[in-house]
Design a protein. Structure first.
Length: 186
């Protein structure tokens, strides 16, 4: 028994082949069925005044922030480490990491754990807003929005949801950023 996506692909292939046959036979009455665009599911979160959209596929954990163990001699944006199912994960304040002016340290009691391959980092959040599914065509380049007050190199685009701009975090680029891996180089 084939799955629905496989069946849908098979139908699309048959339609494409049929259109070639019909166009070769001179028929101009064939209507094309639009291909449905793939949706990406995002979690929408807020840390201070920064609103983020993070692809669900880039997450390994979402929820209440466990007790943080603070470590000495670290930058203020590294808030400490937490133990999640016997795995030690660093927790950071993303606003502090991005050096957002007037931002202050995030003191929220929620967090998400981002993952890329074996690399994981927790981001402390003030709130988890919701989840949405969006097509790539619904996102806009960040220069489309006039109010980008920060370095946007770690973000792929922006989503406008209920009149709020959410920056789509490029998790792979963020977790491999030299300034995150070697914080002393900042």
């Amino acid at each position: 028994m084939s799955s629905l996506p496989d069946l849908y692909t098979l139908i699309q292939n048959i339609d494409a082949e049929l259109s070639v046959v019909m166009s070769d036979s001179g028929s101009a009455n064939l209507q094309f069925v639009p291909v449905q665009e793939k949706l990406t599911k995002y979690i929408l979160v807020a840390t201070g005044s920064l609103h983020l959209a993070i692809a669900i596929d880039d997450l390994s954990e979402v929820g209440p922030l466990p007790a943080i163990t603070f470590l000495p001699n670290l930058p203020e944006w590294i808030q400490g480490v937490v133990n999640v199912r016997s795995e030690i994960i660093s927790v950071i304040d993303l606003g502090g990491f991005l050096k957002l002016s007037g931002r202050g340290v995030c003191a929220g009691n929620r967090f998400v754990v981002l993952r890329h391959r074996k690399q994981k980092i927790g981001i402390r959040l003030d709130r988890i807003v919701s989840t949405v599914s969006r097509a790539a065509t619904e996102s806009k380049p960040l220069d489309f929005f006039d109010n980008t007050p920060m370095d946007t190199s770690l973000f792929t685009a922006g989503l406008l949801v209920e009149n709020t701009l959410y920056y789509i975090l490029n998790v792979r680029k963020f977790l491999t950023a030299p300034s995150l891996i070697d914080f002393r180089s900042r």
